[in-house]
Design a protein around this ligand. Structure first.
Ligand SMILES: C[S@@+](CC[C@H](N)C(=O)[O-])C[C@H]1O[C@@H](n2cnc3c(N)ncnc32)[C@H](O)[C@@H]1O
Length: 291
């Protein structure tokens, strides 16, 4: 009979040998195998030490091996196989209708990095490009006084977003909106969070299959990755209250961002995350007004 840890180690070897890509909640084969194994066995995902030496019945071990084999054969991200993703310790429902949540803005919210720009005046928050509403939910949980509008162009993504708003019982504090950029957004906000599609065309062509399993609409940002961000920076001031700020994620596109927006280049405040110091930035309304 195998133990839990033996199944995880065997799963990790299989994932490694198959060359699957990570980045949808884990960064390595062991963590990915642990996630799939513990989930399949119905064990808590955050307490491996307690269950590592537990023996697993043959039928359950077989079920784990089948799931790992499915991950390898389909190259679908683990979260699409389990229907669940965790961000900052908070569970979210997910499926192929929306991108797997992994925004670094979640860290900024959890670590209080945005808090110096917030205060008693902060009541209205917009999560633009909300996907499965993970950032909207995290914002509502972090700042109990705020109301969050959560907008996305994709009706499919908004269906998943509605599941998460209901899952966290935040229907009274999060309003879902279908909107192309800011076009159908009519409010003014103290804080706009935005993790837009920003992957440039060349990078899109090189993405591993795991990323191609996600809606292309959620990733593709055009030639230089800035197609969504160009109108956003132009239109954001009209949607920000005085003192309001825009927090934007741009992934690995800092060079393209700085080339496209020379006038904000020297003003943007780059916010540190575990991915480094140049993937998320903050712009105040006053900075945007000067552009
Ligand atoms: C990178 S995903 C971010 C999703 C979510 N905020 C997260 O962090 O997991 C980008 C999202 O932008 C949405 N989107 C793409 N083009 C859009 C547009 N023109 N207007 C509004 N949303 C758009 C996609 O449907 C997708 O859900």
């Amino acid at each position: 009979m195998s133990t839990v840890i033996e199944l995880i180690e065997a799963g990790a070897r299989a994932l490694q040998q198959a060359g699957v890509a990570f980045g949808h909640g884990t960064t390595n084969a062991f963590d990915e195998a642990a996630w799939l194994t513990l989930w399949r066995l119905g064990l808590p995902l955050d307490d491996l030490d307690r269950v590592a030496q537990r023996e697993v019945a043959a039928a359950d071990a077989q079920a784990v091996q089948t799931l790992i084999a499915q991950r390898i054969a389909t190259r679908r991200p683990a979260a699409y196989l389990t229907g669940e993703a965790w961000l900052q310790g908070v569970p979210f429902t997910i499926d192929e209708r929306a991108i797997v949540p992994r925004s670094f803005i979640a860290e900024l919210i959890a670590n209080g990095v945005i808090d110096p720009w917030l205060g008693a005046h902060t009541r209205a928050v917009l999560d633009l490009c909300t996907g499965n509403a993970s950032l909207a939910v995290l914002a509502a949980l972090a700042w109990p006084e705020v109301h969050v509008d959560a907008a996305d162009i994709s009706p499919d993504a908004l269906e998943v977003a509605a599941l998460n708003v209901a899952r966290h019982r935040l229907q009274a504090r999060i309003t879902l909106l279908q909107s192309d950029g800011l076009r159908q957004v009519h409010g003014r906000y103290d804080l706009i969070l935005c993790n837009p599609p920003y992957v440039n065309t060349q990078s899109m062509a090189a993405l591993p299959p795991e990323y191609r399993a996600e809606p292309a609409l959620a990733l593709a940002g055009g030639g230089d990755g800035m197609n969504f961000i160009r109108p956003l920076l132009a239109e954001a001031p009209a949607h920000l209250n005085p003192g309001g700020v825009l927090v934007l994620e741009i992934g690995h596109e800092r060079a393209h961002f700085e080339a496209a927006f020379a006038s904000v280049r020297s003003q943007a405040l780059w916010l540190p995350t575990s991915a480094g110091e140049d993937q998320t930035l903050l712009l105040t309304r006053e900075m945007l007004d000067r552009c």
